[in-house]
Every structure is written in structure tokens, then in C-alpha cells.
Design a binder for this molecule. Sequence first.
Ligand code: 3HC
Length: 401
Amino acid sequence: MVSLMKVEIKKVAVIGAGVMGHGIAQVFAMNGYEVNLLDISSEILNKAIEKIKWSLSKFVEKRRIKQGDADAALSRIKTMVEYEKAARDVDFIIEAVLENIKLKKEVFSKLDSIAPKHAILASNTSTLSITEMGRATRRPDMVVGMHWFNPPQLMQLIEVIKGDDTRDDVIDTTIKLSEKLGKTPILCKKDVRGFIVNRVLANVFNDAFWAYYRSETSKEGIDSSIKYTGGFPMGLFELADFVGLDILYEVGKSLYEAYGERVKPCSELVEPLIKERKLGQKAGVGFYDWTKGRPRLPLDLADEYDVNRSWAVSVNEAAWLIYEDVAEPKDIDTGMKLGTGWPSGPCEYADRKGLDYELNKLRELYRRYGMEMYKPCPLLEEYVKKGWVGRKAKRGFYSYG
Ligand code: 3HC
């Protein structure tokens, strides 16, 4: 067994230079790490470097870094197309290729055959099994999930995911590394699909997408209400476009396979757009036209959609995560605030609003639509039955002295 005690991570490889990979490479480089950035063509790599230059110039413009720091960061990134060159002499590798388990397993197997014995192999997957990727290598105990949020340069969160075989010191090293990168890590204790943040997000999207699909409301109405009344940084259709509809679709599929009707995606809405390659911001069009920048959301529609619905389904999924011992309330709250810029975490929100209120809201929605996503989690039912309804009772998801 390789001891990680004496290993200092200095040089890393980032596999995949797309939306996430280029940003991850930039954050490593800005924090003093030498980075090998790999993708399949020099065109993709050139585009990645252009985006990194743009992002660094934004930081300089905002006086978050000096021009000299930006130049130094850029000089630390070497682009390449050969695995042999990228993985040979690095201490840590993070993979950010397409969301396809077959491809990821091939990548991990290849990396395992080249990388030094002490190197940790991490995946930035949004949802796929870390355990499966690990078992495609001869070092499953050194394979870990390190899930970043878009845009990686701005979002403060990293989810660290323990695969079934991941060693504790590999988890500790990845948590410490995340902190050295200036991020806040949260631990996902089990290798479950969607981990923490994407699980909570999924039903918030699903609830809104089904409402739009049923023509109950417009997408602008949902987005305006979410942003201006709810205080979220982006509308949900805007966020879906921003993340990429192909990613959203893959995550939705993986969650549906894992949890069934409880997390039923509205494929009817997303599939046609994917077929037309309207994948969101990166394609210039998705639910919205992005050619002139972010969509302008009309303020006068800010009451069209009931934001309490979004909160209720997020509280329910948070309850499931606690019930299944995947995450602690504090980590769920930190995850939603730092990973997606929410104004509050679902657990602290429910404690303020009242768990009894959230339970009633879910029951009302379940009666109205009969969809499993609204069926209250047994943990929520149990807490309310015990009188643990939040701050007013001095006990909800948290205890209040
Ligand atoms: N690097 C540097 N600067 C950047 C940047 C980047 N990559 N991206 C944007 N900026 C700059 C903008 O250019 C803008 O600069 P300006 O003031 O000079 O115009 C500034 O940051 C602020 O951006 P915006 O004006 O667009 O406005 P916001 O204040 O809304 O901030 C945001 C942008 C931080 C992205 C915010 O909207 C937000 O937090 N949105 C939610 C994002 C989110 O939820 N991400 C997670 C998605 S889920 C995920 O990734 C998981 C995956 O598995 C699916």
C-alpha cells in the first residue's frame, strides 16, 4: 500500500478541457500547481486556453489577482494530446471527460497503467459510480470523486465522494487539496447517484419542468419568480442551459435509473432540444437564445410561480439524503449555498419556515399531481410527528440550544 503521508501534490493532470476541465485546470494553476491539460485535439485545447485567458483577465480586471499572477498561472498549464505524456509524472489526476461510464472506465484504466503508483485518480463526474471507475483500475482504493461546480473558477464548493473501496487517507488528501485550492469541500459519505447537490437540484428542476410541460406557467415566469422572489442567482431554465442540457439529461437518466419514479425527469421537454443540438449556453441556444448573453428575465412575472414548491421538493430530497446517511444537514446546506449560490440551504430554510409547513406543502402537491417526487420522506414525517418542526420548537434538522 502506498503511503500518502510523505507525498506532496505539486503536479496534476486534468483529463478533458471542456466546460469543467478548463476551469479546473485554471484553478489548480492559480494556486501554484503545475498542470498537464489533456484533450483529444489541439483545437479543443486552444479554445480552452482562450477561455482561461478570458477568465484570468476578468480576475485581473476585478483586482482579485495581479497581471503577473495571471501570467504565472497561464505558464503553469501545458496542453497535450498524449496520455503517456500527461499522466506519467504527476501526483494527482482529475478526469472531466464526457458523462459516459464506458468511456470513463477506459480513461481510468489507461491512466492507471501510466500514472505513478502514489498518484490519486479522481473523477469530476456529476453522478456516475466512483466505485465502478475505481474497479477499472488496479488501485480502486486510490480512486475518489472530486466534483466541481460550474463555473469552477467562481463556485466555492467541491464534493468529495467516497467510493466503496476508497481509502480514508485518499479522502483526507482530497479534502485537504480542495482547501488548498481555496474551496470548501463537503463529504458525500456514500457513492450514490447524484451525490448531494445534484440530487437536491434534480427534483427542483423536475417540479418546474413538469409544471411548464403541463402549460401551468411560462418558463420566463418560473425563472423570474425563482430569481427575483426566491433570491436564487439564476432561473431554473437559465441554469439548465448554463449547465448544458446534455449534462442535465445524463444526470436525469442516471437518477431515474437509481431512484425510479421519485426522480422522474421531464424528458419530453429536454429530449427534443438535445436532438436539435440546442444544448444551452455552449451551443448558443437551448431553452433561451444565448447569442447576446444571459437571458433577460421579466421582473413583472416574479409572482407567476410558487417558489415554495421548489423549497418543498429540495427539503424533501435533503431529508432523503439524511435518512439514507449520505450527508449531514450542514454539508447539504453548504453544498447548495456554495455549489449553486442558493440564498439558504434547504435544511436551515425548513427550520426557519417550519418542517410542518414543508410537509403540508408536499402533501398538497402530492394530492394535486400524484407524483412520487412530492411524497414526503419518512424522516420528514417522523420529525414532524415528534414535534421537531424547526427553530420554533428548538429542534428540526438542527438543534437550537
Ligand atoms: N471566470 C471569471 N469571471 C467570470 C466567469 C469565469 N469563469 N464567469 C463569469 N464571470 C464574471 C462575469 O463576466 C461577470 O463579470 P462582469 O461583472 O465584469 O460582467 C461576473 O463574473 C458576474 O457574472 P454575472 O454578471 O453573469 O452574474 P452573477 O452575479 O449571477 O454571477 C454566477 C454568475 C456566479 C455564475 C451566478 O449566476 C451563480 O452562482 N449561478 C448559479 C450557478 C450554479 O448553480 N452552478 C452549479 C450548477 S450544477 C453543477 O455545475 C454540477 C454539475 O454536475 C451539473
